[in-house]
Design a protein around this ligand. Structure first.
Ligand SMILES: [Zn+2]
Length: 97
């Protein structure tokens, strides 16, 4: 087990056309789970590799997350076409909600 494959999750807020941090310092599994939950709420989600562990305690107040979100929002408004990665919908035994 290592800390080297940490992920940051950003969700896209269509109301304000910006990305919002939704999680950081997550394992690949956790990030995928988070992304799937958010996608289930109809949000577009981006998952990125983190080069290093974020120091912010909470992604809500994390400067690194904020930077990532701002960069991405800027790319978005520059009209950079990107393919949204869609996670495969996995049918699982348990169902929520
Ligand atoms: Zn962060």
């Amino acid at each position: 087990m290592t800390d080297t494959s940490l992920k940051v999750v950003l969700s896209f807020d269509e109301a304000s056309n910006t990305f919002t941090p939704s999680g950081h310092n997550l394992s690949a599994d956790k990030a995928e789970e988070k992304a799937r939950t958010l996608q289930g709420q109809g949000l577009k989600v981006k998952v990125f590799d983190q080069p290093s562990r974020h120091k912010g305690r909470s992604f809500k107040t994390c400067a690194s997350c904020k930077n990532a979100a701002e960069n991405l929002s800027q790319q978005q408004s520059d009209g950079v076409e990107e393919h949204w990665e869609e996670l495969p919908a996995v049918a699982e035994g348990g169902q929520e909600g």
